[in-house]
Design a protein around this ligand. Structure first.
Ligand code: HEC
Length: 495
C-alpha cells in the first residue's frame, strides 16, 4: 500500500528523507524557533479563516460584528487565540531571526534564506498592522490613523500610498476593505509562498549547526526522533501559552470608532511601541545651517528603512570568514545595542501612553462597552429622536438609514419611505413582523410601488434593539406619532 503510494507520488521517500535529515551536532532546543514559528502561523491561518465566518468588513458592521464575536463565548475564544497567536508569531519570528543572527547562520551559503527570513518578519508585521484596524474600535481607528499618516508623510509617493491604503481621503469602509483584503488574502498568500521558499532553501542547504571552527568534528545527529520530539514539545508549549493568555487575558474591544473624538490616546501593538516611542522622543523638526529637517520623518521612515536595509545586507556587512563569536564581535555588539534601544524606547512609549491615559477621562469597562452597542454619535443621523429612545435612533442610524434614509424619506423607486407611511404607524404587530422577518412582496405606499428585498433582522439585532427601532420608526421619524412597542411584544412575535 505504501509502496503503491510511493511509486506514484514519492511521498514516502520524501518523508523518510525528511525524518533522517542530518542535524549537525545532534538535536538541540536551540533549533526549535523555526518550527515553533511555523506552528504559530498555522494557528493564525486556521483561526483567521474561521473568524472570517463571523466578521463583516464595513464601517457599519465591522465593530458590530466584532462585538457579536465577543458576545459569543466560542467565537470570543477563537478571536482571543488569534489575538495572542499574532503576538506569539511575531515574537517567534523575531527570536528565530535573532538566533540566526547570533549564530552567524546567515553566512554563505544561506544568504538567500536569511533575506527571505527578513521579508517574513516584515510580512508578519504588516499582518499585525492590518489586523489591528479590523475591529474598528477607537483604538483600531486612531492607531491606524497614525500609521496611515506616517505612510502619507513619505516623500514623493507618500500621499498616493496613503490614499490607496485608505481608499480615499478619509478612513471608512474603503479603508476596512483594503486592510481586510491585505490581511486575509494578499499578505497570507505572500507569507505562505515565502515560507515555502524558506523551507525549500533550508532543505537544499541543510541545518547550519552550532558555531564551531571545525564542522567535520561534530557528531552527526538525525531529525527523527530527538529533534522532532523537541520541535513538537515546544510547539505544544506555545499552544498552551497562547490558550492560557486567550482564556485569562482576552483582548479588549473599545467603543466603536468615533472620528469626532479628539481626546482618545491611541496605543499601538507592543511590537510597534519602540517606533512610537522614537516618534514621541524626537522634536518634530530641527534647523541646521538654515535647512529644516523633519525629524519625525527620519524617526518614522528613515530609521526603520536603514535597519531593514542593514538586516538584508547583513551577510555582506559581516566580513568575517568564520562564524565564531569573537570574529563577529562588531555585529554582535551592534545587535545588542539596537535591541537595548528598542526595549528602552518601548518602555518609554508605554510610560508616555499611561501618563496620558491617566490624565484623560476614565475608561469604560469591557462589559459596559459590549452592553452599550453603538456609540451615541451614531444617533446624530437619526434626527429629532426623543432622548428616551436614544437606542432606537442608534439602531436605526446603524442599520436602517443606509436604505430608508437618515430621516426615513426612503429612496423613490428603490426603498420605501418610513416617515409618513401608514403601515409603519399602523398595526404594531405587522411592523414587528416585517422587521423581524424581512419583506419581499410588492408593496404600495402613497401611490408608488416598491418591490425590493427588506432584510430580516432576527438574529442580527436583539429583541430589545428591534423593539427600540420599531418604536423609533413609529414615533420618531418625520410626522409619525404611533405607539411604542415593547421587547415582550417582539419576543412573543409569531409569524
Ligand atoms: C438593504 C436595504 C434595507 C435596509 C438596511 C432596511 N430596509 Fe426596510 N425595506 C427595504 C425594502 C427594499 C423594503 C420594501 C420591501 C418590499 O418591497 O417588499 C423595506 C420595507 C420596510 C418596511 C415596510 C414598509 C411598508 O410600507 O410596508 C419597514 C417597516 C421597514 N422596511 C423597516 C426597516 C427597519 C426598521 C430597518 C432597520 C432595522 C430596515 N427597514 C432596514 C430595504 C431595507
Amino acid at each position: 500500500m505504501l509502496d503503491w503510494l510511493d511509486s506514484r507520488t514519492g511521498f514516502v521517500t520524501m518523508t523518510k528523507e525528511f525524518l533522517t535529515e542530518d542535524v549537525p551536532g545532534g538535536a538541540s532546543y536551540w533549533y526549535v524557533f523555526g518550527s515553533a514559528t511555523l506552528f504559530a502561523m498555522i494557528v493564525q491561518i486556521v483561526t483567521g479563516i474561521f473568524l472570517t465566518f463571523f466578521y463583516a468588513p464595513s464601517a457599519a458592521t465591522a465593530w458590530e460584528s466584532t462585538r457579536a464575536i465577543y458576545l459569543n463565548p466560542y467565537t470570543h475564544l477563537l478571536l482571543s487565540i488569534h489575538f495572542w497567536g499574532s503576538s506569539a508569531m511575531i515574537a517567534l519570528v523575531f527570536l528565530h531571526l535573532l538566533q540566526t543572527l547570533v549564530w552567524g547562520a546567515y553566512k554563505s551559503p544561506r544568504e538567500v534564506q536569511w533575506i527571505v527570513g527578513v521579508f517574513l518578519l516584515l510580512i508578519t508585521l504588516v499582518l499585525g498592522l492590518t489586523g489591528y484596524l479590523l475591529p474598528w474600535d477607537m483604538d483600531a481607528y486612531f492607531a491606524s490613523q497614525v500609521s496611515l499618516n506616517i505612510a502619507g508623510s513619505a516623500p514623493i509617493a507618500g500621499p498616493l500610498i496613503q490614499s490607496i491604503a485608505q481608499g480615499g481621503g478619509v478612513m471608512g469602509t474603503n479603508t476596512i476593505n483594503r486592510f481586510f483584503g491585505l490581511h486575509v488574502w494578499l499578505m497570507p498568500a505572500v507569507l505562505v509562498a515565502l515560507v515555502g521558499t524558506h523551507l525549500a532553501i533550508f532543505r537544499h542547504n541543510g541545518a547550519a549547526g552550532p558555531v564551531t571552527d571545525d564542522p567535520s568534528k561534530l557528531k552527526a545527529g538525525r531529525f527523527w526522533p530527538d529533534q522532532m520530539f523537541m520541535d513538537g514539545a515546544v510547539s505544544l508549549l506555545v499552544f498552551f501559552v497562547i490558550m492560557a493568555l486567550a482564556i485569562f487575558a482576552p483582548p479588549f474591544l473599545d467603543a466603536k470608532a468615533d472620528p469626532t473624538n479628539s481626546t482618545f490616546v491611541p496605543y499601538p501593538a507592543w511590537y510597534f511601541l519602540s517606533l512610537f516611542g522614537l516618534l514621541n522622543l524626537v522634536p518634530p523638526e530641527v534647523t541646521i545651517f538654515g535647512i529644516t529637517i523633519s525629524l519625525e520623518l527620519v524617526a518614522a521612515l528613515v530609521v526603520p528603512a536603514v535597519l531593514l536595509i542593514a538586516a538584508l545586507a547583513l551577510p555582506w556587512l559581516d566580513r568575517s570568514t568564520t562564524r565564531s563569536f569573537k570574529s563577529r564581535a562588531g555585529i554582535l555588539w551592534t545587535t545588542t545595542i539596537i535591541i537595548i534601544a528598542l526595549v528602552a524606547l518601548s518602555f518609554y512609549a508605554q510610560h508616555g501612553i499611561q501618563t496620558q491615559e491617566a490624565a484623560g477621562p476614565p475608561s469604560q469597562s469591557q462589559a459596559a462597552i459590549l452592553a452599550a452597542g453603538a456609540p451615541a454619535a451614531a444617533a446624530a443621523g437619526g434626527g429629532a429622536a426623543a432622548p428616551a429612545n436614544a437606542n432606537g435612533a442608534k439602531v436605526y442610524a446603524a442599520n436602517c438609514a443606509s436604505c430608508h434614509g437618515a430621516s426615513g424619506a426612503g429612496v423613490p423607486g428603490a426603498f420605501p419611505p418610513l416617515a409618513g407611511n401608514a403601515v409603519v404607524t399602523g398595526d404594531p404587530g405587522k411592523v414587528i413582523g416585517i422587521v423581524v422577518q424581512g419583506l419581499n412582496a410588492p408593496i404600495s405606499i402613497n401611490g408608488t410601488t416598491y418591490h425590493g428585498q427588506m432584510p430580516a433582522w432576527k438574529g442580527n439585532l436583539s429583541n430589545q434593539d428591534i423593539a427600540d427601532v420599531v418604536t423609533y420608526i413609529r414615533g420618531g421619524l418625520g410626522p409619525n406619532k404611533a405607539s411604542a412597542v415593547t421587547e415582550a411584544q417582539v419576543a412573543g412575535y409569531k409569524p
